[in-house]
Design a protein around this ligand. Structure first.
Ligand SMILES: Cc1ncc(COP(=O)(O)O)c(C=O)c1O
Length: 402
């Protein structure tokens, strides 16, 4: 067998998501792209803002020597300083360039952090529903994922988290705004989480880190304030990227920010610099490091996502789908009318609507709709959703659409 048993097994576990993707592709080839309504992929559809292209031109035309060479593994000092200043403003804490490492996206940030933290068999708490890759990232570094469900509103369940923590717990992965629910965890929930973690650290005489995966932090659509976890809990490590807020997933640029108050912050950053090298990343892409440092407060056009959210949320609710109004990211996570989410998603597929079953995120009985899609496709899909809902026996709501 050319492929290692573990990889074969992991491909097998993820295979039906891939199968959906392959089937979607085959469907498009058969009936044409325009006849397929693809809400399955979480690919940021918006082009980067003008400021990105302006900064890129300036950076690309700079012929100063040394800009394309190997560098300190953590990244350019001035880029790290720019991010540190941003965190100082946001938190009131004393971040310096030495608390920041530039990474190959949020995925790179998470892998570098997990490699640095985990001894074999140590546990990482994942909050379901969660981004499916987390389980593989934890496994990459010899850790054991421990899955804890969120509450009925997809907010943190502090009591369930407390019950899952053991002396082996090394970290908890928190993702807010959340993929796939769009939920922003409340200030009160983050506060409760911090108190649980502090109590458990005292009880077990251990250190538990919060890994805050926040690539959607800037993508919030109402007057929702996304809590800054480092202000609630000292042992906080932000792992994030500009994949979503600047629309740059292909450029692979992200960073880690270790709270200056975190236990052993200096040793951690040192370990991370080693891990980024030995994982084979070496450093984050040089050109992008210099570009993003210049446009720290820019974002893609959030109104586009807001409008897509509002339309789909109100139209699908009116058709009888049950769901929460997402507060951020670009996903809806409705209940499936029957518990068999895979079967339901296959039913939608017959109408050429592609989505992802909740089972792929550790939460069966739901399905994910990504609304980072062309407006025109979204609008054309509405009558098809209506036909599908009727066929699947949903009861239309008689209420106002919001
Ligand atoms: C919750 C979450 N974390 C991490 C990532 C990885 O992001 P990046 O492209 O920055 O590696 C994604 C990408 O979809 C995501 O949804």
């Amino acid at each position: 067998m050319p492929v290692a048993r573990k990889v074969t097994e992991q491909i097998g576990r993820a295979s039906w998501i891939r199968r959906m993707f392959e089937e979607g592709r085959a469907l498009k080839a058969r009936v044409g792209n325009d006849a397929v309504f693809d809400f399955s992929l979480g690919n940021p559809i918006l082009e980067p803002p003008d400021e990105f292209f302006e900064a890129l031109e300036v950076v690309a035309s700079d012929r100063a020597p040394g800009l394309h060479r190997y560098m300190t593994n953590a990244g350019f000092e001035d880029t790290r300083l720019a991010f540190a200043d941003k965190y100082c403003l946001e938190t009131g804490l004393d971040y310096t360039a030495n608390h920041i490492l530039m990474t190959v996206g949020a995925a790179g940030a998470l892998n570098v952090t997990l490699k640095t933290l985990l001894n074999p068999g140590e546990e990482v708490i994942l909050l379901a529903p969660f981004f499916a890759e987390y389980e593989f990232y934890v496994d990459n570094h010899g850790g054991v994922p421990k899955i804890v469900a969120t509450d009925a509103d997809f907010d943190l369940d502090a009591a369930a988290i407390a019950a899952a923590i053991t002396p082996q717990t090394r970290a908890i992965l928190v993702n807010s705004p959340n993929n796939p629910t769009g939920r922003v965890y409340r200030h009160s929930s983050i506060d409760a989480l911090a108190r649980v973690l502090e109590a458990k650290q005292r009880e077990f005489k251990t250190t538990i880190y919060v890994l805050s995966d926040e690539p959607y932090r800037a993508l919030v659509y109402d007057d929702i304030d996304v809590p800054v976890i480092a202000n609630y809990y000292k042992n906080t490590i932000v792992c994030t990227s500009n994949s979503k807020d600047l629309g740059l997933p292909g450029e692979r640029i992200g960073h880690i920010a270790v709270s200056p108050e975190a236990a052993d912050a200096a040793e951690l950053v040192n370990g991370m610099a080693f891990a980024i090298r030995t994982l084979g990343f070496v450093n984050a892409p040089a050109l992008m490091q210099r570009v993003v440092a210049q446009i720290l407060d820019s974002t893609v056009d959030l109104d586009f996502y807001r409008r897509n959210r509002d339309t789909l949320y109100s139209e699908l609710r009116a058709l009888g789908f049950e769901m929460q109004r997402p507060e951020g990211a670009f996903f809806l996570f409705p209940k499936t009318p029957t518990p068999d989410d895979v079967g339901f998603v296959r039913g939608l597929q017959k109408h050429h609507i592609l989505t992802v079953p909740g089972s792929g995120f550790g939460t069966p009985g739901y399905f994910r709709i990504c609304y980072s899609v062309e407006r025109n496709m979204l609008e054309r899909s509405l009558p098809v959703w209506a036909r599908a809902a009727k066929e699947l026996g949903l009861e239309p709501r008689n209420t106002t659409k919001n």
